[in-house]
Design a binder for this molecule. Structure first.
Ligand code: G6P
Length: 364
């Protein structure tokens, strides 16, 4: 595949940089200020049907699964519908209970991932309603689903996903807002979230301006043999995705844990040679997260925080702009895409085509 690199050395760098425009595209034409809601033309789900949904189950693989985890959180927060995400392959092999009151959502950048497609086909065979959150228009998953939301990120060439992840999560915010406004989300909260969504492109631009500092940090940590990523509730899927990104392109071993689980095992690993990346939004869990940093510091672990303000216990903090609490996870992952990129670059990796991986896995 080739299309204009626009002065970037890699597609990954180009695609990271395109995120302000990409997010602008996923929002465009969908916001309805009059009713503080969003319209999603392809959903094929009227208000009466939307009110009957008892659960939402999101299925995807890799980065799309992580976007689905954030999506489930957004749906629970904004629409108050119980929601969770599961890797599509696990779902289809465990003979899942298919419930008529559950709405299933398949997430896929390419729309061609076999495990997701097979899960959709199995669900359809059992009479379930399945929507798609897909980037590639007219792809197999887009065609097999009953409706859905296109994420409009534009073509993504780099094997690892960046702009599609951000756009998918933003598309989930739109879906959650749409469902929320049909159910119990107030006009005022709808308005607040819409205003937050509109701030995203500018705030992403601000994060991109920090590339030089993030690059220095990446060089500092590039000789680590392994890294720990932690976050809590909204921050945990961000930690999962950031650790995946780092291992995919730098080949540094990384694992992600909920910060609350540290004391149940991974704390045993903490020592000066194992740096921790901590996702610390300025939300109601801030104090608890700070306590986790103290635990790590007490064991001489190095800490890189991604936060809304400098963290005293951290060795370094990447400060990101604050949005509405529900939308913070969209922004907090972006500096860590840049971090993974520069770590891989410092190690001389083939960033756009990491070893052993394919952009889309269309076979079992
Ligand atoms: C492959 C890619 C991942 C991607 C996953 C799901 O494993 O290497 O980067 O997240 O497929 O792809 P999809 O197109 O379904 O989002």
């Amino acid at each position: 595949e080739s299309y204009d690199m626009g002065g970037h050395d890699t597609y990954m760098h180009k695609e990271i940089s395109e995120q302000p425009d990409a997010v602008d595209r996923v929002l465009r034409g969908r916001i309805d200020d009059r009713f503080s809601t969003v319209h999603l033309g392809g959903l094929n789900l009227d208000a009466r049907e939307a009110r009957t949904i008892r659960r939402i189950k999101i299925l995807g693989c890799g980065t799309s699964y992580h976007a689905g985890l954030i999506g489930a959180g957004l749906i629970e927060e904004l629409a108050r519908i119980p929601a969770d995400a599961e890797p599509a392959s696990e779902f289809r092999y465990r003979n899942p209970v298919v419930d008529p009151d559950t709405l299933y959502i398949a997430v896929s950048q390419s729309g061609e991932t076999y495990d997701v497609l097979a899960a959709v086909q199995e669900l359809k065979r059992k009479g379930a309603r399945v929507l798609g959150v897909v980037n590639v228009v007219g792809s197999a998953i887009a065609r097999e689903t009953d409706g859905g939301v296109y994420v409009h990120a534009g073509p993504e060439v780099c094997v690892v996903s960046t702009k599609c992840f951000t756009n998918t999560v933003t598309a989930f915010a739109l879906l959650a807002l749409h469902l929320g406004r049909i159910r119990d989300l107030s006009v005022a909260d709808g308005k607040r979230v819409i205003e937050g969504l509109r701030r995203l492109p500018g705030q992403i631009q601000e994060i991109l301006k920090q590339e030089d500092e993030i690059k220095k940090l990446a060089k500092r940590y590039a000789d680590a043999k392994s890294m720990m990523f932690i976050g809590r509730v909204r921050g945990y899927p961000v930690a999962l995705e950031a650790s995946l990104k780092l291992k995919e392109i730098s080949y540094i071993h990384a694992e992600a844990y909920p910060a609350s689980e540290l004391k149940h095992g991974p704390l045993a690993l903490i020592e000066p040679s194992l740096p921790t990346v901590a996702i610390i939004p300025d939300d109601d869990l801030l104090e608890k997260n700070r306590a986790a940093l103290e635990e790590i510091k007490a064991r001489s672990g190095q800490i890189l925080a991604v936060a809304h303000q400098e963290q005293e216990k951290a060795d370094h903090t990447i400060v990101v702009p604050k949005n509405e609490p529900e939308l913070d996870s969209i922004l907090m992952g972006i500096p860590l895409q840049i971090f993974a990129y520069h770590t891989a670059l410092a190690l001389g990796r083939d960033i756009d085509k990491p070893r052993n991986l394919a952009k889309s896995v269309t076979v079992e």
